[in-house]
Design a protein. Structure first.
Length: 273
């Protein structure tokens, strides 16, 4: 995938892009980056795949200093970026926090959303999870933690989200590096203090009226976003829930075949409408 950047309302926005065809926008969560989708993207031939990096995450951690990193602001930035690139209606797919970002964006601008995929994403009152609430409470201390001291806790947090231990170890190597290079605990503190459940509560009752093709994919053993939240998403979006039995939170890394299958199916449905 090739890295690209543009300026959106004075903020540098970065993404990775590959292919041609129906545009599919993949958005990661916390504490990850577009690399979250590295095993999914090769399984999406014939599609124009754009893996967006949220402001303040990954290589965009420096660009997030002084910016609004809330889900609401990220959703507005996503909308502006889609419009600026002239992508037209796109398939939006989000994991973790960005399950929230993509459905907020879709509700606010349904004309820009051709289809919606949520996999183990936040919604309504399902978040912040206890681990994130604890980090937010400790943010003044966390902001002074150097990268080497952040490492053990970061590794533990990621490991709890994986049912494939080998992939979990790989994931740590991929996702810890931006924090090590761009501020350690200070970067994570900026991310967690920006989180506000009111962002998803404000749009939850509008999901049933969205009326776009949708897929909901969920690891049933997720400790962070329990499967009952996936059931609620599926009900609100008028679709079936694709269960990954025994799957935990980081489905795009542990179960890329399943996630890619649902993305391909949705993209085909959108293209055939």
């Amino acid at each position: 995938m090739r890295a690209r950047t543009t300026d959106v309302d004075g903020v540098t926005v970065r993404w990775l892009e590959q292919g041609e065809g129906t545009p599919v926008v993949l958005v990661h969560g916390i504490p990850t980056s577009p690399a979250l989708w590295r095993h999914v993207v090769p399984r999406l031939p014939g599609l124009r795949v754009l893996a967006l990096e949220m402001t303040g995450y990954g290589e965009s951690i420096p660009a997030g200093a002084g910016q609004d990193l809330s889900l609401s602001a990220q959703a507005d930035r996503l909308r502006a970026w889609v419009q600026q690139l002239g992508l037209g209606p796109v398939v939006l797919a989000g994991h973790d926090l960005d399950g929230g970002v993509v459905h907020i964006a879709a509700v606010r601008r349904p004309d820009l959303c051709a289809g919606l995929v949520v996999t183990n994403g936040v919604g309504d009152d399902s978040w912040p999870v206890p681990e994130v609430r604890a980090l937010r409470t400790a943010a003044p201390v966390l902001s002074r933690v150097p990268a080497p001291l952040l490492r053990p806790g970061f590794a533990l947090l990621l490991a709890r989200g994986h049912d494939d231990a080998g992939v979990g170890k790989e994931s740590f190597g991929v996702h810890y590096r931006p924090y090590a290079e761009h501020g350690g605990g200070a970067a994570l503190a900026r991310q967690v203090v920006a989180l506000d459940v009111r962002d998803t509560l404000a749009v939850q009752d509008r999901l049933p009226s969205l009326r776009v093709p949708a897929r909901v994919v969920w690891g049933t053993a997720d400790r962070f976003q329990q499967v009952r939240y996936g059931e609620r998403f599926a009900r609100d979006l008028g679709t079936a829930l694709r269960r990954i039995e025994g799957g935990k939170h980081v489905t795009p890394e542990d179960h890329p075949d399943v996630v890619a299958e649902e993305l391909r199916a949705l993209a085909a449905e959108v293209a055939g409408r």
